[in-house]
Write a protein that binds this ligand. Structure first.
Ligand code: ARG
Length: 652
């Protein structure tokens, strides 16, 4: 039930034929910020002053007289300079809640204007271990897919796997030169990861070693500059300013040196690795050659790629299974490779792309550099694949929108890609970079373990499940709550709570900001966590169980709702705003609009529970009404969490 749209419709009818643009004016009806002003407030009269040539209060009074809202609202009030305050009638709230609570989809009608969305999310680079950064794209994309689908839209979930990139050159080179055959035989995936890391380490070393002397010199110079400054005769204020700047450049020089050393020392401290590096000079080039050979269709490299790809995909799929993530397609970059040559040629033929300094480029208005789609050595780029992907999607899915759920660091790429797509003539599709920030560690830097590598995703999931077990299945807690679980029960609860905690922590932050990864906070039974909401869900069920009455969709009409207390009213209104919250998510593709709603609802339920006894209600009718309210709350909480990809348990 979208109460707001219903009210807006009534206003629209009243304004029709009276003012020029009713639809525009009804947008200024919003939920009231201050409950003293009712539930909703309409700021319509003031902006109409010029058009109607009357005092806003008079306009508001006239509008009130025309409005037919008495089945929904208490008598309307005109306040201050011409606001109209709306307060929903309690019996309206009660009837609406009864209806939606027993409806299968909580009374939410599927969209009448069905749109097609392609959502491009997760998309890890295959053969590199998945890490915490991949959670964001996966979880945000999945939530958007679920919500848009639930609202009745057509959603095509496409995992644009990075399965064709330079990492394969590295693995192929590593395999040809460094493989441990027996390890590959018995545990191929870890062996491939080892080869990837080994090659990456050696490349990092070779790249950083020659830069060390410069970085050391830079640091020495910055330090000398500071010493000189300290003894200089500048006036105090100027000196303080320059000292600050000098210290800053020392810090940045030190940081530069440290990051080089972090790449040099793992090899330098290991004579065996130093030997390997000597024997494989210019390793990056060698790997690039392997990639080029693969892309040109070299039989040996293609066979190796075909052997490695399914192995790495298995690993990624294990994570998807744990997180209950599903895609309609996993085409990946390799799928588009055969289309690239023809695409570039046709863009050249149409005069949209031109050769510049040996490379083929698309020049775009408003951008300093062109978009390169084929390098002078003949290689295609990430951008070329993305253009081919748009072409393919437009042809096969005719989407109204394509959402790219990708790290904010790629925003330049997408700005250019979208401009190129427009230049090519794709104007009837909304292209949207649904970008997100970084997952941070407690030090405020991108999340890493002590050893300096970004944490593997599987390890993190295990850790979250373990912490969930400790937090929720603590024996003292269970005893106090009178919960008698078997070990299997506990493991199942820990799984659902642990995985839910990771997802919720990610979704509950505005996606555009960075957030700190803190497992203990995530699984806490208090605060804005999935655990708290899951717990409130379980409470709704436990109250109903203890009533020893059966409550379900089919017999809910035997539990008529009556709204007497403020806490009942607040909760009922909140429950009826679920659909509004879902629509809010879709405006700017912000799943946190739903977490804010669910957290608010869970807290509202806690207040209701404190203030309105259910099992000990003063009479049977009140008890039945409150049971129905518990039932409705459980249903909305469960559905809301499900749309975020998070499960619930009946008891916890
Ligand atoms: N594989 C890329 C990466 O990990 C993300 C791909 C996003 N999707 C796209 N169509 N470019 O950086």
């Amino acid at each position: 039930m979208q109460i707001l749209s219903l009210i807006r419709e009534r206003f629209e009818s009243a304004l029709n034929g009276w003012v020029k643009n009713p639809l525009e004016h009804v947008q200024r009806i919003t939920p009231a910020r201050d409950p003293q002003h009712g539930d909703y407030q309409a700021n319509i009269a003031m902006p109409l002053k010029a058009e109607l040539g009357k005092a806003p209060q008079a306009i508001a009074a006239e509008l009130v007289a025309k409005l037919k809202l008495d089945d929904i609202c208490e008598p309307l009030e005109v306040a201050g300079p011409g606001f109209i305050n709306l307060r929903l009638r309690n019996d309206f709230l009660a009837r609406q809640l009864e209806q939606s609570a027993r409806a299968e989809r909580l009374g939410i009608e599927p969209a009448t204007q069905v749109k097609t969305f392609v959502i491009d999310y997760s998309a890890p680079n295959v053969a590199k271990p998945m890490h915490v950064g991949h959670i964001r794209s996966t979880v945000i994309g999945d939530a958007l897919a679920r919500i848009l689908r639930f609202l009745g839209h057509r959603v095509i979930a496409d995992n644009h796997l990075g399965d064709w990139g330079t990492q394969f050159g590295m693995i192929i080179y590593g395999y040809k030169n460094f493989v441990d055959p027996s390890a590959f035989q018995s545990t191929p995936v870890p062996e491939l990861s080892r080869l990837y890391r080994l090659v990456q380490t050696l490349i990092g070393y070779q790249e950083s070693l020659p830069k060390l002397p410069f970085a050391e010199k830079k640091l020495a110079e910055a330090q000398a500059a500071l010493v000189a400054l300290e003894t200089s005769k500048l006036d105090e204020k100027q000196k303080a300013k320059e000292l600050k700047a000098a210290k800053k450049s020392i810090d940045s020089a030190q940081e530069g040196l440290d990051s080089l050393n972090a790449k040099v020392s793992p090899v330098a401290s290991n004579p065996e690795l130093v030997e390997l590096s000597k024997a494989h000079e210019q390793l990056e080039k060698r790997c690039q050659l392997e990639t080029v050979k693969l892309h040109e269709g070299d039989a040996e490299n293609l066979a190796l790629w075909n052997q490695f790809l399914p192995l790495s995909i298995q690993e990624i799929e294990a994570v998807y299974r744990r997180l209950d993530i599903k895609f309609d397609h996993t085409y990946g970059e390799s799928f588009y490779h055969p289309m690239l040559e023809g695409l570039v040629q046709s863009l050249v033929d149409q005069g949209l792309a031109v050769t510049s300094e040996g490379a083929i480029c698309i020049f775009l208005e408003g951008f300093d550099a062109p978009m390169i789609i084929r390098k002078s050595d003949g290689a295609f780029l990430y951008a070329t694949t993305d253009l081919a992907t748009i072409e393919y999607r437009m042809k096969h899915f005719q989407p109204d929108a394509i959402l790219y759920v990708v790290d904010f660091r790629q925003s330049d790429h997408f700005q250019k890609l979208f401009a190129a797509a427009r230049a090519i003539g794709y104007s009837n599709v909304q292209l949207n970079h649904v970008s997100f920030g970084t997952v941070l560690g407690p030090d405020g830097k991108p999340f890493k373990t002590r050893s300096g590598t970004v944490l593997g995703l599987e390890y993190l999931l295990d850790e979250a499940v373990e912490r969930a077990y400790q937090a929720v299945c603590d024996p003292d807690r269970l005893m106090k709550a009178g919960l008698d679980f078997t070990e299997d029960d506990k493991r199942e609860i820990a799984n659902i709570v642990g995985h839910g905690a990771i997802k919720y922590a990610d979704l509950s932050h505005n996606r555009t900001s960075d957030y700190e990864f803190n497992i203990d906070k995530m699984v806490s039974l208090e605060g804005n966590t999935a655990t708290y909401i899951q717990y409130m869900y379980a409470r709704t069920g436990s109250i109903i169980r203890r009533s020893e009455m059966e409550v379900n969709d089919a017999n809910l009409h035997e539990f008529p709702i009556q709204i007497q207390q403020q806490a009942e009213r607040d909760l009922a209104l909140n429950l009826l705003q679920f659909e509004d919250a879902l629509h809010q998510v879709t405006v700017e593709y912000l799943p946190n609009m739903l977490t804010v709603y669910l957290y608010g609802l869970a807290k509202q339920f806690a207040t209701f529970f404190e203030e309105c006894p259910v099992l000990k209600a003063e009479d049977q009718a009140t008890k039945r009404s409150r049971l129905a309210i518990c039932y409705a709350t459980g249903k909305v909480l469960r559905q809301g969490l499900e749309l975020l990809g998070i499960g619930v348990v009946p008891r916890m």
